[in-house]
Design a protein around this ligand. Sequence first.
Ligand code: NDP
Length: 334
Amino acid sequence: MTTANDSFRALVLRQDEDKKTLASLETLTVADLPDEEVRVAVEYSSLNYKDGMAVTGTGKIVLQWPMVPGIDLAGTVIESASEAYKAGERVVLTGWSVGEKYWGGYSQQQKLKADWLVPLPDGLSTQQSMAIGTAGLTAMLCVMALEEGGITPESGTVVVTGAAGGVGSVAVAILAKLGYQVAAVTGRESTHEYLRELGASEILSREEMAAKPRPLEKQRWAGAVDTVGGEMLARVLAETDYSGTVAACGLAGDFRLPTSVMPFILRNVRLQGVDSVMCPVARRSEAWQRLAQDLPMQKLEELMQVVGLDEVQEQAAKIMQGQVQGRVVVDLNK
Ligand code: NDP
């Protein structure tokens, strides 16, 4: 086990005079870490769309400089000033602005607030928890939102947009395991077989689903998990069945929503927003337990590609171009 004097590797983001983001692998010591309660040996992190934005310097994701990005991490507690955790316990963290405002997972060690951590659920390895990560947690929260809207496998087909991305892939796998008929919307033909393996029974083109809808279209979906926003979310709403529920969590296409009130006032459609970042601890823990139970492990492995810290920059550029399939797990010891 590492000690306080040990040095370790981290990906550090700095801003130059022109406010351009510079990313480089650096050697840090414990003295460099933030003054937080729990020191964790990070085993795995992951790459989400937000991480792609941070590492490539796109948008205003990073709020403090220098920054160690990585919005997700999993590992083992080295030492803890909080009674909630003790050395040797395995923990997982997603959200809470870690990797944006506070130092995150792209470091072999990190110091974190005890309140941000969740004990790793039984039956999940640290690597598997990062194959899930923020994307998987968000997908599960979307599925829970559909259930709370009264949607069951008997209600009809659930459509998932941005289906071959991180959130979309996990949503397809969970819904299929729970017995739902799943329609997957993707812009990449190369992902069709992958989506069918995850359990999609129908595949729709991005082009078809992004076409501007009329205020109401033919009813097709009992529910939806939308990661795209924009015209696509507008079309999904216009095609949702009477009393259907749409869980909206993303903006991979557009942050705007050019829709009308018609689906809501004539078809009783529910639009439920989903946020995983500030999600309360009790709901977060419930979602992690559900993931351990409802996400098929074999499918989880198919979702995942494992990269080292030195490959993060290349993968970050790819996720920004929509070139990543499923989940990218970062092995801090690779
Ligand atoms: P990914 O990049 O892995 O997946 C996004 C997918 O959206 C792509 O793979 C692609 O799927 C599709 N897509 C990309 N660009 C467009 C476009 N212009 N029009 C239509 N579809 C497009 O990202 P994540 O899965 O990590 O995140 C998805 C979204 O959810 C992001 O907007 C992210 O910010 C948000 N998010 C929100 C969270 C929350 O708490 N609310 C938490 C996590 C993520 P395909 O190739 O299949 O077409």
